[in-house]
Design a protein around this ligand. Structure first.
Ligand SMILES: [Zn+2]
Ligand SMILES: [Zn+2]
Length: 260
């Protein structure tokens, strides 16, 4: 009896607080969200349904999606690096991304990064952890999580580091310590959008330093970033972490931009 009286009240209170916590419209298409949808996050079911997960077959090292023909022709060879890993052996043990950087995911990352919607970022981080298994991420439990740092100029403009917000949420859910200041960006880099792979690699060269060697020395580090494009940033950060004694570096990004 008591339950019957209190449950609706509790539900109302819960819903009211959800209204405050989540915007009532979809962050992608603007449609008004139903109660059920709001509990899931700031995106409607239709838009979320269009988010594409990166799933095997992928390169076992850099995580690059491979065509289906590759998997049919030579299942064994999936374990061998893709052509780009063979050309230039990555310093990280493995890199994995959850989503393709396109459609609703691209839109949500934009809302998070450039329009300051931190709640969208937290929702995306929760999704990364809950989809971890479906994507067969295959990253062994790390000793610590290190976000890719942004430069002071960008930090002043944006007021937050998107990778740190993702890292904090992932750390909380995986119960792994996060070291926000283990890496430091010592060189502001030119926007990477239109640069080739080689130009990107030159662009980020010597852009990072390890600030606190003791935090990473002998540890299995999970490096977290928002988008993986050519892997130049992941490679440079991993290199500096390894040079400072990290036992192993795995890279996890929210999304991956797959170049045509
Ligand atoms: Zn929508
Ligand atoms: Zn590869």
């Amino acid at each position: 009896m008591a339950e019957e009286i209190f449950l609706p009240k509790i539900r109302l209170l819960r819903e009211a607080s959800l209204e405050l916590l989540f915007p009532s419209t979809c962050s992608v298409c603007g449609v008004r969200l139903g109660w059920g949808e709001q509990t899931k996050g700031p995106v409607c079911t239709a838009c979320w349904g269009q988010a594409r997960l990166i799933q095997p077959p992928i390169c076992s090292v850099c995580g690059q999606p491979l065509s289906d023909e590759v998997s049919r022709d030579s299942a064994e060879e999936i374990m061998i690096n893709c052509s780009s890993c063979q050309e230039c052996s990555p310093v990280f043990s493995r890199a994995r991304s959850i989503f393709y950087y396109e459609g609703p995911i691209r839109h949500l990352i934009h809302e998070f990064k450039y329009r300051g919607k931190v709640s969208v970022g937290k929702f995306l981080a929760r999704s990364m952890v809950s989809l971890w298994d479906s994507c067969q991420v295959g990253i062994p439990s790390p000793d610590c999580i290190v976000p890719v740092p942004i430069g002071i100029k960008k930090l002043r403009q944006r007021e937050f580091n998107q990778s740190l917000i993702l890292a904090r949420q992932i750390g909380k859910l995986l119960k792994v310590p996060v070291y926000p200041f283990a890496l430091k960006r010592v060189k502001e880099v030119a926007p990477q959008m239109k640069l080739s792979r080689e130009e990107r690699m030159r662009n980020v060269q010597n852009a990072f330093q390890v600030r606190n060697e003791r935090k990473v020395c002998g540890r299995r580090v999970l490096l977290v970033d928002d988008v993986f494009t050519t892997g130049a940033t992941a490679r440079e950060c991993s290199l500096i972490l390894r040079q400072n004694g990290a036992r192993e570096v795995s890279v996890l990004t929210l999304a991956r931009s797959v170049l045509g």
